[in-house]
Design a protein around this ligand. Structure first.
Ligand code: CP3
Length: 351
């Protein structure tokens, strides 16, 4: 089913925005900028609104999720909103007992480790996604010409949480399962692809103008294992957007070795972390892929002149790609001074 004619991308609201144009490979007059994890703990207004609301409850309360999504757009004048939610939301909506423990991350009550655990997984009920559709609709109604980016976790990152039971340094249990029980692994990743894919599709249908797949822990894989055991499932996640013509961004941390393979699953734009310069990323991708990134989050706490020189260097290197959306190389650290983010926006926009 194509996008409806009153979708922001088609009805004149976001189709000509700097973000969407850059994602499509054009170079708008002003370079667009937004920040991964811009909605969150770096903002006092976020901390205030979250008092008394558990993270995943906030994600599933449409009015709250919408307000939190809008906060960084108002404050920083970024060129995009990213939907306030979490990669584990579709897993929760499919019946998995998960919560987000502050300072730690997603914790799964009963980790998925055996063939029978995988066989017991159930698909997501489409009605369970109603709070997501509602939050997106509320948000785009207020965003006007600023596009909303929808997102989902890629199957490998999601499966890593499910198998490990929580955050882990190198996803060792998950990778052991990948080698020792490839069949259960493939079933688990297909399930993750389908719940993430439906979550993403719900956001796009309800009004998101772009979609970003986060494979945060992809850096723990070799290229060979990525191509063989992960990429087909990431492609399957994006296949849920078939017929919905929105730009698709693919981002991973430590993805230098797999950048090309991550693009090959059907991404239009590659998000790059801070470990490789954008000109090198562009070279690895053949020079014709729009890029997003890659300010080192560590520099947000550096003296202004050092940060500014780094941002200019990132923008210069971004000229080696057909187009560039400025972002960080990973999420905003919680202790970031929000004024620093607003300052970067001004610098990128040339205000
Ligand atoms: O502004 C945005 O980017 C939109 C919101 C967003 C959140 N999570 C909100 C959030 C997005 C896009 C995510 C994606 C996400 N969640 C990823 C992929 C991106 C990445 O950072 O690599 C991952 C791996 C997760 C899983 C997750 N959720 C982690 C590791 C954590 C941090 C735990 C902690 O407390 O340090 C979370 C919690 C989370 N997700 C918070 C927010 C604002 C903080 C929780 C809080 O405010 O109490």
């Amino acid at each position: 089913m194509p996008l409806s004619s009153d979708h922001p991308l088609l009805d004149g609201r976001t189709g000509q925005s700097a973000l969407v144009r850059a994602y499509r490979g054009e170079r708008p007059e002003v370079t667009p900028v937004w920040f991964m994890r811009q909605a969150g703990r770096s903002l006092p207004e976020y901390r205030e609104i979250r008092v008394g609301n558990a993270m995943l409850d906030a994600c599933l309360t449409p009015e709250l999720a919408s307000e939190i999504t809008l906060q960084p757009v108002r404050r920083h004048r970024v060129d995009a909103a990213i939907f306030f939610s979490d990669i584990v939301i579709p897993v929760k909506l499919a019946g998995i007992d998960v919560e987000i423990v502050p300072g730690r991350g997603p914790v799964i009550a009963n980790p998925i480790r055996s063939a029978s655990d995988v066989a017991a997984l159930r698909p997501i009920d489409p009605a369970a996604l109603d709070p997501i559709r509602k939050a997106v609709a509320l948000t785009v109604a207020q965003l006007g010409t600023t596009p909303l980016i929808g997102f989902a976790g890629a199957p490998f990152t999601l499966a890593s949480y499910l198998v490990e039971g929580g955050p882990s340094k190198d996803q060792q249990r998950a990778r052991t399962m990948m080698y020792s029980d490839p069949q259960s692994w493939a079933m688990l990743l297909n399930w993750c692809a389908d719940v993430s894919g439906e979550f993403l599709k719900a956001q796009v249908e309800a009004g998101a103008s772009a979609a970003q797949l986060f494979d945060s822990w992809v850096g723990s894989l070799s290229e060979q294992q990525y191509v063989r055991r992960v990429a087909p499932h990431s492609k399957r996640a994006l296949s849920h957007l078939r017929g919905l013509d929105v730009p698709k961004v693919h981002f991973g941390v430590g993805s230098g070795e797999v950048l090309k393979a991550m693009h090959d699953i059907g991404a239009d734009v590659m998000g790059v972390d801070w470990r490789i310069p954008l000109d090198e990323a562009s070279r690895r991708l053949g020079g014709d892929v729009p890029l997003q990134g890659n300010i080192d989050p560590a520099l947000l706490g550096a003296p202004r002149h050092i940060l500014e020189a780094h941002v200019r260097d990132v923008m210069d290197r971004g000229l080696s790609a057909p187009s560039h959306v400025v972002n960080l190389g990973h999420g905003v650290p919680p202790d970031t001074d929000p004024d620093v983010l607003s300052h970067i926006v001004g610098l990128v926009h040339g205000d």
